[in-house]
Design a protein around this ligand. Structure first.
Ligand code: SF4
Length: 330
């Protein structure tokens, strides 16, 4: 079902939007008034209506459309592009825990997302093997308790905000019991793609926790940040949640100076710090988005010449087995 007016769109709950996301290419083509190819893929189309509403009608090159549209190039194998480029499957210690870096652990809290981003480095990740049960939570608690260096828990996915606030509240309650843990980080794209997800209940668990809470949102282009997203971010910030953004440098979407500068200013106007600009993780099916490292360096150098330092994200690459993200520039 496609809602025709903005008001009707924004009056719905986030759960309604999850259920009514667009999954069919013909409907997408009709909504955008363009011809689109119907490409067989094992990573299906999934786009929620608030995000769809920001795509320019009649423009097959719209930077938001290209992030969600399956195309034939995804099915062409490319040398160097792998199913698990960051070797996360082998680094998963027990159900749901990925412990790559000192002092923090990442928990794959759920396998679901509200949107399928074509460049996603976890597009082949065996999420079904990482559905968290109560037993898994006990294992996570034991794992963290045995390593006093762990100060931060990162909830990731999929998108952890797919879970209900009741369930998240339970998880956070258990994390709070771990005295050594002082920081909670939530990696999420939901406030961008369905801003209605930032509910009063979310604000209460995110804002009231004794943990220092940081939301790392994910926007790649300024057009993703409309007024509804702005007000969702404001609600988070009013609850003392720090909000950072990470982007991926993507050919055809944001790999030019204007797009990156516009994104940084727009984020800043919403009180969000542009944190990381990632070089693409070489996951199979995403080679057409790849940007050479030299171009990434040039772009960040040009941003540095145009923007205050706090608006220039760090250009980084993830390397399996490295003790931290490899910082290239910024
Ligand atoms: S929201 Fe994040 S985890 Fe989900 S598909 Fe997009 S990039 Fe991947």
């Amino acid at each position: 079902m496609i809602l025709r007016t903005k008001d009707a769109l924004y009056d719905q709950s986030w759960q309604w939007h999850l259920k009514n996301s667009l999954t069919n290419i013909e409907e997408l083509a009709e909504a955008l008034n363009i011809k689109l190819p119907d490409v067989p893929t094992n990573f299906p189309l999934l786009v929620p209506l608030p995000y769809l509403n920001r795509i320019k009608k009649g423009d097959p090159n719209d930077p938001l459309l290209l992030q969600i549209l399956p195309i034939g190039k995804e099915n062409m194998p490319t040398q160097g592009f792998l199913k698990d480029p960051l070797e996360e499957v082998s680094q998963t210690k027990s159900h749901g825990i990925i412990h790559k870096y000192h002092g923090r652990v990442l928990i794959v809290a759920t396998g679901s997302c509200a949107i399928n981003c074509r460049y996603c480095f976890r597009r082949h990740f065996p999420y079904n093997e990482y559905k968290l049960s109560k037993k898994d939570w006990r294992e996570i608690e034991e794992y963290v308790t045995k390593d006093p260096s762990i100060k931060e828990i990162i909830l990731s996915g999929g998108d952890p905000l797919i879970m209900t606030d009741k369930r998240l509240n339970e998880f956070i309650g258990r994390i709070k019991e771990l005295k050594q843990v002082t920081h909670l980080r939530v990696h999420t794209r939901l406030p961008i793609v369905i801003p209605q997800r930032v509910t009063e209940d979310l604000i209460s668990w995110a804002g009231e926790t004794k943990l220092r809470t940081i939301f790392v949102i994910h926007a790649n282009h300024a057009n993703e940040l409309d007024d509804a997203v702005g007000s969702a971010i404001l609600r988070l910030r009013s609850a003392n949640v720090s909000v950072l953004n990470q982007s991926v440098l993507l050919k055809g979407i944001n790999a030019n100076l204007k797009s990156l500068v516009d994104l940084s200013w727009r984020l800043s106007n919403l009180g969000v710090i542009p944190y990381y600009l990632h070089l693409l993780d070489k996951v199979s099916g995403s080679a057409h988005f790849d940007v050479p490292e030299e171009l990434g360096i040039q772009l960040v150098d040009q941003m540095t010449a145009q923007l205050p330092g706090y608006l220039v994200p760090k250009l980084v690459r993830e390397v399996p087995d490295a003790p931290a993200k490899v910082q290239i520039r910024g």
